[in-house]
Design a protein around this ligand. Structure first.
Ligand code: IVH
Length: 705
């Protein structure tokens, strides 16, 4: 078989099915078939690098090779649109155009997508570059990242022009945005304020594999080039759709202000049901000839305007500002407001972001604040009604300098705007936060122990660290007074007078307790808690590693570290250089791991967890420890499907017997461990290079398992 031909056929088929799935929403083959073709292509490309192509569908999965962004001048500057907020301003725009054109004209109404803009260049039907807006004159070349976006065609179909640019918006759908922020919240990483920031942040990531995992989308709305198919912008977009572009489905050719008003009114409410963020409508004079006639001002075209939807906004009085302490010690300022109705919910609290934001607003207690929810999930304060200030104005809000709970002076870390309380092992919300993280479902999954129970145990010194959970028994639990959550409010500025005298934790753990404990744990509840703690000893090492709460070590990173180092002792003794060898572990994570294990208190906790029987090594290792050096130095390729063990098991067997598993065949390969249906390209290459092929049974015989 002609390899080059096969590679080309696979690429064509994969492009076609990508288009059917992502653009046409009409898949013809199953995901499994798609993946199978993709794997075959990947294998062939690995074996025959001479057939590399910058538009191959295999590039959609991204790569770990660090992107460095070069800048490129835009062929046509990327301008912005002037904004309007009322129908009257829209009428003015139409009047201006009419006066200049002196002939009838149509207007294309479209949604204004709220993401980050991108300019794509296609030459001979292939994506040749993707450039961000930048300063409008020149932007960053982000082609490798944009290639991973499934709704960006890598090759076009049909009668496309030879060389043209198409512009549009890169968006992170709401669902993905929520998922990403939830993940970041768990890891106490700063949240993205809105999908726009998330999309532009993602587009600038250096690792295109992470970009691929974030599921960005692209919607295209503007074409530029010397030989576009039609004089009508609207028709050009329809044409672009036929070449495989994801153009906005919601466009309307309007003949006058009535049509436009109808479009605006419809989308003002209907946009809330769209999977992506929008913040207005864009109106464009449809004829390209008329667009040229209207021309540009210094900043924006005279042939188009944006009409911005009114963000839902409420006014409310600032009652107080709280400073919350998170699990990692991060201090979050929160505005407590007079409850107010906004977009269907009652808002009592709003984000104040950071010190700079507070200072910039010159915020005072008693100020009437404007609160908006708009595209954001967390309501935010966007300004102050200065005109409503009067002599009753309260104190100026300033950022605290000491931890509101433990009084430790706050610190800032290099490159971060946030303040932190550095007293990780002596600050109650940090300790409790770590215990809550430890017992969470995705960590140790200890059922029946929620924040209230942690509060009760902690406030009564029944536990002081998460390792103490394993020292609990039924007696200890039933004798512990139970505290209801509303009794505690340890995350607000402390008033020493309110501290309960008999809850004195040596001044370190200042927990405000305003009511006396009201209940106790029953024996039944206590024995359930003990049982679920016992069950957590079966949780695999990778989740234990995540549960420890090492800063920046989320679920995925924990998994990769566990797989790499296999046991806790190797992680503890790993050097910085060894740590950054692990996929996804960079300088920041490596430093944080080293810092965590430099603290002797953490080492003692790990010793306690170990003696309690918590898993501190990966499972398979036990079976695979019986290793030999029978394969010492051998380079082995695995291919095909197997009967007795999985591919991963064979991989582990090779490694624990001294061999090395490599992915592609070369003259250095010692043998191929081949199962059924070995890839045809591998077979051919093995024959060509005269490499031995060993069956599953022969291999097992060889290592005597
Ligand atoms: S047309 C010359 N159409 O809005 C203007 N822009 O302020 C060409 N945007 O940077 C842009 N949806 O990021 C156009 N349907 C749409 C749009 C749209 C969103 C963004 C775009 C642009 C900004 C203009």
């Amino acid at each position: 078989m002609d390899i080059k031909q096969r590679i080309e056929d696979l690429r064509r088929e994969l492009h076609k099915h990508n288009d059917l799935y992502y653009i046409e929403s009409n898949p013809e083959i199953s995901d499994i078939e798609f993946d199978k073709m993709m794997r075959e292509l990947q294998d062939l490309e690995n074996s025959y690098p001479e057939y590399y192509d910058a538009t191959s569908p295999t590039l959609r999965v991204g790569s770990d090779i660090s992107n460095s962004f070069t800048q490129q001048m835009h062929r046509y500057p990327m301008l912005s649109l002037s904004n309007t907020y009322t129908i009257n301003e829209v009428k003015d725009f139409l009047d201006r155009a009419s006066n200049l054109l002196k002939e009838p004209f149509k207007v294309c109404a479209e949604l204004k997508y709220d993401g980050t803009s991108i300019s794509l260049t296609y030459i001979d039907g292939k994506l040749s570059s993707a450039v961000t807006r930048g300063d409008g004159e020149k932007g960053d070349v982000v082609t490798a990242n944009v290639r991973t976006i499934r709704t960006v065609p890598l090759v076009l179909k049909g009668d496309y022009p030879e060389d043209f640019e198409i512009r549009g918006e890169i968006l992170l759908p709401w669902k993905e945005f929520d998922r990403l922020n939830k993940e970041r919240e768990e890891q106490e990483e700063p949240l993205f304020a809105n999908p726009r920031n998330a999309a532009s942040g993602t587009l600038k990531l250096q690792n295109s594999k992470i970009v691929a995992a974030r599921k960005l989308e692209a919607i295209l709305y503007y074409m530029l080039g010397a030989d576009l198919p039609s004089d009508s912008h609207y028709e050009n977009l329809q044409k672009a759709a036929s070449w495989g572009f994801n153009v906005s489905k919601y466009t309307k050719l309007c003949n006058g202000i009535e049509d436009i008003e109808e479009f605006i009114n419809y989308w003002d409410t209907e946009r809330k049901n769209l999977p992506v963020a929008t913040d207005g409508i864009v109106l464009k004079v449809d004829s390209l000839r008329q667009q040229v006639k209207l021309g540009y001002t210094a900043k924006s075209p005279r042939w188009a305007i944006a009409y911005k939807f009114q963000a839902e906004r409420a006014e409310s009085e600032l009652l107080s500002v709280s400073f919350q302490v998170g699990r990692t010690g991060i201090i979050t300022p929160v505005a407590n407001l007079q409850p107010v109705q906004l977009s269907g919910t009652v808002v009592k609290r709003a984000s104040l972001y950071n010190e700079d934001a507070i200072n910039a607003m010159d915020l005072h207690i008693g100020d009437v604040c404007y609160v908006e929810k708009g595209g954001e999930i967390i309501p935010k304060i966007v300004g102050i009604a200065l005109g409503e200030r009067n002599e009753r104005l309260g104190a100026k809000v300033s950022f605290i300098t000491k931890c509101p709970v433990c009084n430790t002076p706050l610190v800032k870390y290099e490159g971060e705007v946030a303040y932190y309380c550095p007293n990780a092992n002596g600050c109650a919300p940090q300790i409790k936060g770590r215990i809550e993280h430890f017992i969470a479902r995705r960590a140790m999954n200890i059922d029946g122990v929620g924040p209230e129970t942690v509060d009760s145990f902690f406030a009564n010194s029944v536990i002081e660290t998460y390792a103490d959970l394993y020292k609990l028994d039924v007696d200890k639990i039933v004798s512990c007074p139970r505290i209801k959550s509303e009794d505690l409010s340890d995350n607000e500025p402390q008033n020493q007078d309110e501290l309960n005298d008999d809850q004195d934790f040596g001044g370190l753990f200042a927990v405000k307790q305003t009511k006396k404990p009201s209940r106790r744990f029953t024996e039944l509840v206590a024995s359930k808690i003990v049982k679920s703690i016992e069950k957590s000893k079966t949780v695999p090492f990778e989740r234990v590693l995540f549960a420890l709460g090492i800063r920046f070590v989320g679920e995925t990173v924990a998994k990769k570290i566990a797989k790499h180092f296999k046991n806790i002792d190797s992680v503890i003794s790993a050097s910085f250089d060894e740590l950054i060898e692990v996929e996804d572990v960079g300088e920041r994570i490596a430093k944080s791991i080293i810092e965590f294990f430099t603290d002797n208190r953490n080492i003692s906790m790990i010793d306690e967890l170990k003696s309690a029987g918590v898993k501190m090594r990966v499972e398979e290792e036990a079976q695979l420890e019986i290793a030999s050096d029978i394969l010492k130095g051998a380079s082995i390729v695995i291919s095909g499907t197997f009967e007795h063990h999985s591919r991963d098991e064979y991989k582990a067997m090779i490694e624990t017997n001294g061999g090395k598993n490599v992915s592609s065949i070369s003259s250095k390969t010692d043998f191929i461990l081949a199962g059924d249906n070995m890839g045809p390209s591998k077979l051919e290459k093995a024959k060509k290079l005269g490499i031995k092929i060993i069956s599953e049974n022969e291999f097992l015989d060889m290592i005597k398992i």
